[in-house]
Design a protein around this ligand. Structure first.
Ligand code: FES
Length: 572
């Protein structure tokens, strides 16, 4: 074996390499390894199991399967722990910790001896964090996901996290269901381990990762508890051994054209708006800028084809039965750059040509009969959108796509929580709810709070949607006429900082407009009185690092020192 492979890679610096290797082997032999095992190529496996993370509940079995694949191919698998993030177990929000997970993963990939790496992610922020790490470490890497949970039932209804979580909670807040029923539902929403069973951020990132070429074909949609999930993991282990020899690196796979393919899939699946932020961050690690304007134009060509909640009716286990990414990519073939290399060693076009023939199914529609023919996600401009804000049209109420209303402003998440259900809140169903200081620095962590609840007194009268605007994100499992990622955020003086309750806001999605009907001279007067919120200050630790270096949504909310500047390419 070459001198810089296997256990010889990245030797600890004692000033004597032979001593470093001798000491390393002495310690690792305490685990019972033979010289034969320690002489093999090493495949690292990122272990993101955590007792706090049900989305990763099958990681131990997946690691066993990856190890089996590595050993069948003659290598030595070595799993190593990294941070694990679950959406409901991360204060203040998992996005605040995504960059920390990516740094942890990148440094472990660099520091530990491995000739290739298999990353096991799943829950929303984990796959982006791992791909950001892989892009920066740039050693041969295959991405695995834990796979979606199964759907469950409540009475005669099929249910699954987390679109139904929100729907039932809305019913509970509106008094349409009672406490006993919401408690029963709580026990049924997540019937198995695995990621959310709708087209939320986890499913979106799984699908775009396969389109990007960083996952072996078919891996995005296999449910977490299916035997095929383990067989897929085994084949990733075997393929990682070949990658180690071929030295096929993430920077060769994740090109501007590959990111465009991923964005095509994001649109066709009606994917989460978070997918844009994460793809921007991953691309940024390679010096590639995601061009949001061309993404918006792409939306005019590519309709939503996948009929999954929150925009549609089915669940991820239905998408898998319908052929998963095989069916989606076959349908999207005319739009894709088929020459992009994938982690399998074949181009995307070669992979699509190897797919089995399609069959009759209802989940992935043909191009001539889409679920939604407009652009799934639109980029808004105007004096309230600043450098850009986005809206997921396919999840909107059609009647609200063009709407003018009186602003009702909430200054922070705390202010929202304190006042949204106040019976005296001056609000009507035509109002526009504005939440500010909830962006990357404001909250901090740009939480998924964009799904501002409908005020209880309106919910009780049957109001289910209103125009809502914020500088934060929204869960991919949520729905409604919701403008997100207003950039720059209010906490650094972006346009939302200047809105006052009573102002008129005009949303015109077909014309891509988000405007505040206030004269420039008045906005200037307000700007003079504006002050930086004190929450954006930090004296120590990770929060200090975060506050000093986090970027805005258009740059992926990555840290400025991790993004490769200046950009050397743009997505087509
Ligand atoms: Fe983990 Fe939804 S909470 S994927």
């Amino acid at each position: 074996m070459a001198n810089d492979h296997g256990m010889r890679r990245g030797l600890t610096r004692y000033g004597d390499e032979d001593f470093s290797l001798y000491l390393r082997k002495a310690f690792i032999k305490a685990m019972g390894y033979s010289d034969d095992a320690l002489g093999r190529p090493v495949i690292g496996i990122a272990n993101t199991y955590s007792a706090y993370n049900a989305c990763h509940g099958n990681v131990p079995q997946m690691i066993d399967a990856v190890k089996r694949g590595v050993m069948l191919a003659g290598g030595l698998p070595m799993d190593f722990p990294t941070i694990s993030l679950h959406e409901s177990f991360a204060y203040p929000t998992s996005m605040y910790l995504r960059n920390l997970m990516s740094m942890d993963t990148e440094e472990m990939m660099r520091s530990l001896p491995m000739d290739a790496c298999v990353l096991i992610g799943g829950c929303d922020k984990t796959v982006p964090a791992q791909l950001m790490a892989a892009a920066s470490a740039d050693i041969p890497t295959i991405q695995l996901v834990t796979g979606p949970m199964l759907s469950g039932t409540h009475g005669e209804q099929r249910i699954g996290a987390c679109t139904d979580c929100r729907r039932f909670w809305g019913d509970y807040r509106g008094g349409r269901i009672g406490e006993a029923e919401i408690n029963e539902i709580e026990g049924r929403l997540v019937p198995s381990v695995g990621t959310c069973g709708v087209m939320g951020t986890a499913s979106t990132m799984a699908c775009v990762t396969e389109a990007l070429g960083m996952m072996l074909p078919g891996g995005a949609t296999i449910p977490a508890v299916h035997a095929d999930r383990m067989r897929h993991a085994e084949s990733a282990g075997t393929r990682a051994m070949q990658l180690a020899n071929e030295n096929l690196r993430p920077s060769v796979i994740m090109t501007p054209a590959a990111f465009r393919n991923a964005l095509c899939v994001l649109l066709a699946i009606g994917g989460s708006t978070n997918g844009i932020v994460h793809l921007t961050a991953i691309a940024g690690r390679l010096g590639i800028q995601v061009d949001l304007q061309s993404f918006d134009s792409l939306g005019a060509e590519i309709p939503v084809l996948v009929d999954l909640k929150p925009s549609g009716q089915f669940y991820m286990d239905d998408l898998h039965r319908a052929g998963g990414m095989t069916t989606i990519l076959r349908e999207l073939k005319p739009f894709l750059d088929l020459d992009c290399m994938t982690i399998s060693g074949r181009t995307l076009g070669e992979e699509i040509d190897r797919f089995p023939p399609g069959f009759s199914q209802e989940v992935v529609r043909p191009l001539d009969n889409p679920v939604y023919s407009g652009s799934g996600i639109a980029l808004l401009k105007g004096n309230l959108a600043g450098d850009g804000a986005i809206i997921k049209q396919s999840a909107c109420t059609e009647a609200l796509l063009v709407h003018s209303g009186r602003a009702v402003v909430f200054d922070s998440l705390e202010d929202l929580a304190n006042r949204i259900d106040d019976p005296d809140l001056d609000v009507s169903e035509d109002s526009v709810l504005v939440l500010r200081n909830a962006g990357p620095k404001g909250a901090p962590g740009m939480p998924e709070a964009g799904y501002i609840p409908i005020p209880k007194k309106l919910a009780a009268t049957g109001v289910t949607d209103m125009v809502r605007i914020s500088d934060c994100r929204m869960s991919g499992t949520a729905f409604g006429t919701i403008v997100l990622h207003a950039t720059p955020e209010a906490a650094i003086g972006g346009p939302l900082a200047l809105v006052e309750t009573g102002d008129t806001i005009r949303l015109d999605v077909p014309n891509r407009v988000l405007d505040l009907d206030v004269l420039p001279v008045e906005l200037e007067r307000r700007r003079v009185n504006w002050q930086i919120p004190k929450e954006t200050k930090a004296n120590r630790g990770y929060k200090k690092l975060y506050m000093q270096h986090v970027t805005q949504a258009g740059e992926g909310v990555d840290f400025d020192f991790l993004t490769k500047r200046t950009y050397v390419a743009k997505t087509p």
